[in-house]
Design a binder for this molecule. Structure first.
Ligand SMILES: [Cu+2]
Length: 258
């Protein structure tokens, strides 16, 4: 048996720490680079919600099949090896080494392959999602205990209600003035943390006119559960009329500051 030298162990420890640090940096970069968001090429994901739904359904189907296979195998073994007489004691079959390895490794690889397939699909979808369509409307969001404060590009501000045009990707550049919140729009299948000192982003597309719940998905204080808002999707012309009207209300205030 060889014993590793202390310097060798230290080198390995340093390498492990460096790898861990690099992995953390890579995980942090996409969110940290929210000021410079990559634009998706035309034809890429134009609405993330259907992709997330498809992936979710695939996961449900896969785990259902796996569950049924395991349940059937368990039922078969329960019947096959049931106790047939009082006082009967069973005995485990003696397996060859090859059989033992096969029973352990084959199911492992079958289910691991499925897990990796699902993980790869999620990873690809997430990567696509992080590229935002170039044709988009941008809104700044500052979250705080306990409200969502939106600012449109023309300076119009709203609280707890974000009006958006139907069919157009909407990008939220988010930060927080106090603690960590998470802007969750269940109908659009998107959720992202907002936090002090850091800019994060999410985007979505409202496919039809209507109102959609916004809620905070990060426990942020005693009033966390009251931190609700809504997205109001409007036909584009109607939205433009509303936004221009709100901007016109700002103009006199800007011309005659109190
Ligand atoms: Cu919150």
């Amino acid at each position: 048996m060889s014993i590793e030298s202390t310097p060798c162990r230290r080198r390995r420890a340093r390498l492990a720490v460096a790898c861990f640090g690099a992995a953390c940096a890579l995980a942090w970069l996409p969110a940290a680079a929210a000021e410079n968001i990559p634009s998706a090429a035309p034809g890429r994901v134009q609405d993330p919600a259907p992709g997330w739904d498809r992936l979710w359904h695939t996961v449900i189907v896969d785990i259902s099949i796996i569950g049924i296979v395991f349940a059937l195998a368990m039922a078969y073994f329960l019947v096959r090896y049931r106790k047939r007489a009082a006082g009967e004691v069973g005995s485990a079959p003696v397996l060859s080494s090859a059989s033992m390895v096969g029973w352990a490794v084959i199911p492992l690889f079958v289910f691991l392959a499925d897990d990796l397939y699902l993980a790869a699909n999620g990873w690809m979808l997430w990567n696509d999602y992080r590229d935002v369509p170039a044709e988009r409307m941008e809104v700044r969001l500052e979250s705080g205990m306990y409200s969502w404060d939106y600012t449109y590009a023309n300076g119009v501000k709203t609280q707890n209600e974000l009006r958006v045009p139907v069919g157009k990707p909407v990008l939220l550049r988010m930060t927080s003035r106090d603690t960590i919140h998470s802007h969750f729009i269940p109908d659009f299948r998107v959720k992202e943390d907002s936090m002090p000192g850091r800019m994060t982003y999410l985007w979505f597309v409202a496919p039809a006119p209507g109102a959609h719940v916004v809620t905070c998905a990060e426990y942020c204080g005693v009033m966390h559960s009251y931190m609700a808002g809504r997205i109001v999707a409007m036909p584009e012309a109607e939205f433009k009329t509303w936004l221009d009207g709100e901007a016109a209300k700002l103009a006199p205030a800007a011309a005659n500051p109190a």
